[in-house]
Design a protein around this ligand. Structure first.
Ligand code: SF4
Ligand code: SF4
Ligand code: SF4
Length: 338
């Protein structure tokens, strides 16, 4: 079988997603044998200009959010050149933590001040996820995506193999329609998310007792009961609203879910779901008491859309469609060239 041509690109992020792909290489050597990495700035020192000379790419794994002008140019060029584009990790899939910028109000002071003499990349006014800029074929959420899903998507898109036990393990956590494709060696439907559909709560083993939410606790000042639901103990766990698939990596370790898989399939807006879930457990009808509890929550938008503000926050202006973004970009390029 001819080796697939694979590209990996990091836009604005922390490079953790790329390291997840590298972790695969250390655990098993199949991707290295069956794929030819033809464009990967981090590993191969490739430059965007090199894309002109690069043969057609079979699969691009795009990590990071679209924050700089260069991120956007890279996204468009890689899309043009690639048969399949995968939005890999929370930053690419939802805008990730760089996307918190979109919650900034005009009246807020700048979060950082730059040394004007330092060479900075051209910054865009807002942060976008990859699919807000170009068409995306598949999504792998997570910050960073778990190795099992990374392995599964590499196997199904790049190696086209379904032989390993690890593959079956990961597929067992995928929605049936994707798992069937993966295990039978055919490409899953375009737009598939390599993760579960329900909320993290569905696969969390912690005991829920329908207890009231009476006070907000901080993990650095509180040792939670190892068996009981963290939300019911006062930790801001977002498992109710977050897509399952990680197997409760954080909750299993006693840390509240922070939503890095994005919203669960049936949820319209994760922040609204969390507010309603918590408010419905307030054990009082007294407005003053309620206000006191509500005051414990600082920066709710930052907490509930920590990874997803650009793509999934219904409170923000709807993002520009890809077509509109494309027209704006063409107009800007035309103006620059005039
Ligand atoms: S999703 Fe997480 S690990 Fe990946 S680039 Fe963004 S911050 Fe880093
Ligand atoms: S809220 Fe969190 S701790 Fe509670 S059941 Fe859901 S995922 Fe588990
Ligand atoms: S528990 Fe939540 S924050 Fe932790 S890995 Fe899973 S989805 Fe991400």
């Amino acid at each position: 079988m001819e080796a697939k041509h694979v590209a990996v690109y990091a836009a604005t992020g922390c490079r953790g997603c790329e390291n997840t792909i590298l972790d695969i290489g250390f655990q098993v050597n199949s991707p290295g044998r069956l794929a030819r990495f033809v464009f990967w700035p981090y590993l191969l020192g490739s430059r965007l200009e090199d894309l002109e000379k690069t043969a057609e790419i079979d699969v691009t794994f795009f990590t990071g959010a679209i924050r700089t002008e260069e991120d956007e140019i890279a996204a468009r060029r890689l899309r043009e050149k690639s048969k399949i584009v995968v939005s890999f990790g929370a930053c690419a899939a939802f805008g990730g933590m760089p996307g918190l910028l979109n919650l900034q109000q005009e009246s807020d002071p700048p979060a950082v001040s730059f040394d004007e003499a330092a060479p900075l990349p051209g910054l865009r006014d807002r942060v976008d996820s990859l699919h807000q800029i170009v068409d995306v074929d598949y999504f792998v959420p997570g910050c960073s995506p778990p190795v099992n899903y990374t392995w599964t998507i590499l196997q199904s898109l790049v190696c086209q193999s379904s032989s390993s036990a690890r593959m079956s393990f990961a597929a067992s956590r995928l929605p049936q329609r994707i798992a069937r494709s993966v295990l039978s060696g055919v490409l899953p439907p375009a737009g598939s998310v390599f993760a579960g559909e329900r909320g993290v709560c569905a696969s969390c083993g912690r005991l829920k007792e329908e207890k009231s939410f009476t006070s907000l606790k901080r993990i650095d000042r509180f040792e939670p009961d190892p068996l009981r639901c963290l939300l019911e103990q006062g930790l801001l766990c977002q498992g109710i609203a977050t897509r399952e698939g990680c197997g409760g990596l954080c909750t299993g370790a006693g840390v509240a879910c922070r939503g890095c898989f994005g919203k669960a399939e049936a949820i319209y807006d994760a922040g609204a779901k969390m507010v309603s879930a918590i408010a419905s457990t307030f054990d009082t009808t007294d407005a003053g008491e309620m206000e006191k509890i509500a005051e414990m929550f600082v920066d709710l938008a930052g907490a509930f859309y920590r990874y997803t503000a650009p793509a999934e926050c219904a409170l923000l202006h709807p993002p520009a469609s890809k077509q509109e973004a494309g027209r704006e970009s063409e107009a800007a390029e035309g103006a620059a060239g005039a």
